[in-house]
Structures are given as C-alpha cells and as structure tokens.
Design a protein around this ligand. Structure first.
Ligand code: PSU
Ligand code: MN
Length: 315
C-alpha cells in the first residue's frame, strides 16, 4: 500500500496510522449509521462495541467522519460521543464530501463516502450494516443509492448483511451485476436481507473462507479491475427477524414516506427511524447484532489481506 499523500485533508488517529505503516489489518467503519441510522445513546454504544469487536478479532478499527475540515480516519472516544450527539450532522455521499470539508461542517459518511475515505487512507476492508441500493418504485423516482456506483469504482471490500427490504433487492442485484460488482455471499447461497438471513434470491457468488474473499480482493487489484467487492454476511440466527414479521412495518413506513413526500437523502433515514419505532426497538437489537457480526468477519478478511500483502512484499 502506498502511504496517503501528505497534502490530503486527512487526520489519521495515531493507532490507525501505526497499524497502516506496519501493514497490520485495519477495518474502516462508516458514521451515517451512527448519526442517521440509530438513536442516541444506542448509536454511540453500538459504535464502541463494534470497535471492540474488531480489536478482539485482531484488527484496528477506524471509524470515519468529517469534522473541522478534515477527514477523520479513526475517532477518539470523545469525538465518537460528540458525533453521536450532533443532530445536525450532514449525511455525506460522494457528491457532498468536498463541500463539507470546505465549509467545516460535521459530516457522517455513508457507504460510498466511507469507501472513498478508506481508499485515501490505504484501508481495504470496511464493515457496515446494510448498503444503499435501488429503492422500490425506482422506475418512477430514479432513487438509486450512490453506494452502488461506488462499489463499481473504489477498491474496498465491503461487508454488509445484504440490503434492507425497504429496497428492491432484485433490482439492486441487477444493477450490481451491470456495474461489474462481485456480490459474494458468505457461507450460504442466498443474498441476505438485513434482518432476515435470506431474501429468497441466490447471490451470484459464494465463498466460505475469509482467506478466499481476501485473495479475490487482491486478485482484482492484480487484474487492474476498478471497484470493490460486496460481501453479504447473514445476520446471526438468534437475532433474525423473519421477513413475515418485518414486512408489514416496512410497508407502513414506505406508505408514510410517500404520504409525507419524503425524498432524496431523507428517504433512508426516515424509513430506518420509522421501522425502529414500529418494531419497538426489536429492529435496533437485530441491527446491532448484525453489524457486530460483520465487524468480526471484516477483521478476519483484513488479516488475510495483510498476510497476502506481506508475503508479496517479501523478496
Ligand atoms: N441502509 C441501512 N442502514 C444505514 C444505511 C443504509 O440499512 O445506516 C445508510 C448507509 O450509510 C448507506 C446510506 O450508505 O444509508 C445510503 O443512503 P442513500 O440510500 O441515501 O444512498
Ligand atoms: Mn437515494
């Protein structure tokens, strides 16, 4: 990995910088899930727990956000707490990142923006909950998350529990295929649907070993293929909310969003917050369990990539 250019507006936490310099495994984490995905204080608690999970599995966590005109790669406990309590934090995707750095606002990175920042810092693996995708009714609204395009152009492997059924999952998989993004399911054939372990559709690829996922990531680089990989890691069985239990709440949240003319960047946060209320917190518990599960797998993949990079650099 080449070290980041000094002129970049990056502030890398010393622990993360030391790990990157030594070629040790690092896992990036997004921050929109903290500011727009969960209520305070569970959001900060979740972020701390996930960081601890990554450490316990042999990697260094780097939560990413924009604060004070800098891309922060790794947040101190105080910064994490402050971010979790910033109600006006901006939601940053590819289109918003540069503007937020210039205005000095506090911004939370989505999957797309986190991938961009991770790459700038030299981090190759990123754990999250669910990715953005093609929204239901996209044929009229044109609402397709920038996360999908980012997966097609930025070389970071993203571990997620699939996509929420607030989205149109078949269309999301079609777009990923068109964009040439490898969608790899971990230890099962079906693409996971966030709260549920399966969406009823097979994913194009399946891998059962973190070392294989790591090797495929490195192979893509060797082939000069742009973009990353999406790994679908199903929610642990004991935390699963089966589709029939969650679907009525999703339908209700979607119809409220329509009635209230919620659009653009507000759609996903609105739906997440409503589903949390409608399930009386059950969705939040599941959400935390699946992010932790993804963090553990990401740490294993990051370790395998670090091993491959190390052996490649030996004479
Ligand atoms: N889906 C989830 N939880 C989330 C998000 C999506 O299940 O927290 C967040 C992520 O940060 C994702 C973003 O990158 O929402 C996608 O937003 P949009 O659909 O506006 O691109
Ligand atoms: Mn959108």
């Amino acid at each position: 990995m080449t070290p980041p250019t000094p002129s970049l507006p990056l502030a890398i936490l010393p622990e993360v910088a030391a790990a990157l310099a030594a070629g040790h495994p690092v896992v990036a984490l997004e921050s929109t899930i903290i500011t727009h995905g969960m209520p305070y204080p569970q959001n900060v608690e979740m972020a701390r727990t996930v960081e601890a999970d990554i450490r316990a599995h042999g990697a260094v966590p780097a939560t990413i956000a924009v604060m004070g005109g800098l891309i922060r790669i790794g947040l101190s406990p105080q910064d994490l707490e402050a971010l979790g309590q910033t109600p006006g934090a901006r939601k940053l995707s590819r289109a918003d990142l540069a503007a937020c750095l210039v205005t000095g606002d506090t911004g939370a990175t989505t999957v797309a923006a986190t991938m961009i920042c991770a790459r700038l810092a030299g981090i190759e693996v990123f754990a999250t909950g669910g990715i953005g995708g093609v929204h239901r009714g996209a044929e009229t609204s044109f609402d397709i998350s920038a996360d999908l395009q980012e997966l097609a152009q930025t070389p970071v492997t993203v571990i997620a529990a699939g996509a929420k059924t607030i989205l149109d999952i078949p269309k999301t998989l079609e777009v990923l295929e068109t964009l040439g993004v490898p969608v790899i399911c971990y230890r099962q054939d079906d693409f996971p649907a966030f709260w549920a372990r399966s969406c009823g559709l097979a994913a194009p690829l399946r891998m059962d070993q973190p070392a294989q996922i790591a090797a495929a990531h490195v192979m893509r680089g060797r082939l000069g293929l742009a973009g990353g990989q999406l790994v679908g890691n199903p929610i642990p069985e004991e935390a699963e909310i089966p589709l029939p239990a969650i679907l009525p709440m999703i339908e209700q949240a979607l119809s409220e969003a329509k009635d209230q003319a919620i659009a653009a960047k507000s759609v996903t946060p609105f739906l997440l917050a409503r589903i949390f209320e409608l399930t009386e917190g059950r969705s939040l518990k599941a959400n935390i369990a699946l992010v932790r599960n993804n963090a553990r797998l990401a740490a294993e993949i990051a370790q395998e990539i670090a091993k491959l990079r190390q052996s490649a650099s030996q004479p």
